[in-house]
Write a protein that binds this ligand. Sequence first.
Ligand code: C5P
Length: 240
Amino acid sequence: MPKQGKDYIVFPLDFASVKDAREYVKLLDGKVGTFKIGLELFIDQGPSVVEMVKNLSRAKVFLDLKLHDISTTVQRAMERVANLGVDFVTVHCSSSIAMLEKAVKAGQGKTQILGVTLLTDNDADTLKSAGFKDKFVKDPHLLVMERAKMAFESGCSGVVCSGKEVAKIKKEFGKSFFAVTPGIRPEWSILENDDQKRITTPGQAITLGSDLLVIGRPIRDAADPSEAAQKVIKEIEASL
Ligand code: C5P
């Protein structure tokens, strides 16, 4: 079946309580393609939260663990993750190619590995103090591209990147290499103290070639989350 508008939406279950997470899974089942479970909920609830999502919904499950350790440890962790039956897991691209390759192998094709290129709270100052070469301090996008290359060469299914980087990544590594973009803000969403800086609208992200759009607060904090998801679906479908 061709991909529908809802299939592009990843809704992060960024909740402190499993009760709230469960409510939103019920509310948004059939309106989003993927539910993302982050560290907050996974550390609190463990694998049972994956079961909860799978029992209540037909959506895919994205476990945002952002793994980063010596390659053997990541491999062993990934072997456990593959048994959970999740569709996507994140692994940092900031270590060795071997770490990424072992993660991909341990995913056994059942769990797709998405590389985290550069966390969005990094900037020239943090890169400089972490000892990065001047060329990366001056242009962090170069680092994103280096790390996307590592992810591509080690067999990852794609990367997490900003909407602004999608076109370049697609051009370099091809259409089938997944671009997952957070920082999505529909024009109608008004959020107080929004911490996302480099934002794109759902329509722009689709036009740029993004495969999965992580959209949290514009849906979660809307007066009617279900209606907000429906509006995002419409905007995505208009841009396909
Ligand atoms: O749409 P909203 O800003 O609420 O989405 C927040 C979600 O996006 C969180 O789950 C966060 O982990 C994820 N995320 C992000 N920035 C990145 C990568 C992921 O905000 N660079």
